[in-house]
Ligand binder design. Structure first.
Ligand SMILES: [Zn+2]
Length: 120
């Protein structure tokens, strides 16, 4: 069996995800199972994206299992689940990215808004 948090909790009789996050922190509505997207799931950590079907606010939840127990961190986000997957694969911005952006701002003076709109 694949060694991830989902399988470990399934062995304990639960569902595929840990039932730490039960309701929307914004409106208080309970989350149906279908609202929970498992973004990442390995032996020590699970990353979930959950969208409330009532108020449409979303949260990202990181659950970490270690020898001393289970801990979780949740935060409101405006990212969709697909954005989370996309940004997880990106490398952090570095000095070259900053210089490239600086050069772009100067080369496109006065038209940067139009330039950015074209890039969508
Ligand atoms: Zn809500």
């Amino acid at each position: 069996m694949k060694d991830n948090i989902s399988s470990r909790f399934s062995q304990l009789g639960g569902g595929g995800e840990i039932k730490i996050i039960k309701e929307c922190p914004t409106c208080g509505k309970g989350y149906p199972e279908a609202a929970i997207n498992i973004i990442e799931d390995d032996s020590e950590a699970q990353l979930l994206h959950v969208t409330c079907e009532v108020c449409a606010n979303a949260i990202l939840v990181l659950i970490v299992v270690s020898d001393i127990g289970v801990s979780s961190v949740g935060m409101l986000t405006d990212l969709h689940a697909s954005d989370v997957v996309r940004f997880r694969q990106k490398t952090p911005l570095d000095e070259d990215d900053m210089l490239q952006f600086y050069s772009l701002l100067h080369s496109k003076k006065g038209e940067i808004i139009h330039y950015l709109a074209e890039k969508k």
